[in-house]
Design a protein around this ligand. Sequence first.
Ligand code: PNS
Length: 168
Amino acid sequence: MQMKRAVYPGSFDPVTKGHLDIIERAAAIVDELIVGVLNNNEKTPLFSVEERVNMLIDVTRHIPNVRIEAFSGLSVEFVRKCEASFIVRGLRAVTDFEYELQMAQTNRSIDRGVDTLFLATELNYAYISSTIAKEVAFYGGDVSGFVPEAVAGRLHRRIAQVRGEKGN
Ligand code: PNS
């Protein structure tokens, strides 16, 4: 039987507890899960692609069938390069739906061999996003509920560095 391989693409700037929950659950469904970290993001990321990849490697060590890779360009091209047939995305709320549906339909129109699997985010992580975690960290709040422990320290240090550079 053919191996079921999926790609979970995203910015992961940084990886949150919500992302990790999706990774764990998707890895339990497919044979191999490749987490694709987008390199050419239009938004200026807080962490470099290498840092984002390394944080993901750190927090997914306990999942044997997960691999982390950086990619540039279209997600669907990366999926093809990985010889995967599925894209995994998490849905937190209806507000995610319109954009996610548009992406899934665009991706499928580019490559009919690729289907998107949506996993509903765990209720207690539904309000979490990388943006929210960065905002809370910026104002000195506790991010331990939002990002894995290994990420929290790095997030606080990076924010302190950025604030130092800006002089605020
Ligand atoms: O974590 P994010 O920022 O919600 O992830 C968005 C991502 C990386 C999945 C999306 O922006 C993406 O796939 N970018 C690569 C370019 C592409 O393939 N765009 C989709 C065509 S609509």
